[in-house]
Design a protein around this ligand. Structure first.
Ligand SMILES: [Zn+2]
Length: 96
């Protein structure tokens, strides 16, 4: 999974922005998520297509402070370190 990183101050965020909220720069690069840790998770049993019938949505925080969501079919607890990648439906994670 890639984050958007400000080319000037290195602030990272999941969703692309027109202007960096920290320094006002309009130049960004991409950076792979590193050091992601699970902050919370919610187990889902009634899910929309095309997702599995039973999975969890995990709120994570990357090493640089950016927060986002990934989904997983593994058991993830608060504080678990995560490996995150993308599939055709978005970010997918599993415990490291
Ligand atoms: Zn910035």
């Amino acid at each position: 999974m890639e984050l958007n990183r400000c080319a000037k101050c290195s602030e990272e965020f999941v969703f692309k922005r027109a202007v960096c909220p920290k320094c006002g720069s309009q130049e960004f690069t991409k950076a792979l998520v590193t050091g992601a840790v699970a902050l919370d998770s919610v187990h889902l049993i009634a899910t929309p297509e095309p997702f599995p019938d039973d999975y969890s949505v995990v709120l994570f925080e990357a090493q640089g402070g950016a927060r986002g969501f990934c989904r997983t079919t593994f058991e993830v607890k608060r504080g678990d370190r995560l490996k995150i990648k993308d599939d055709e439906n978005g970010p997918v994670c599993e415990p490291e």
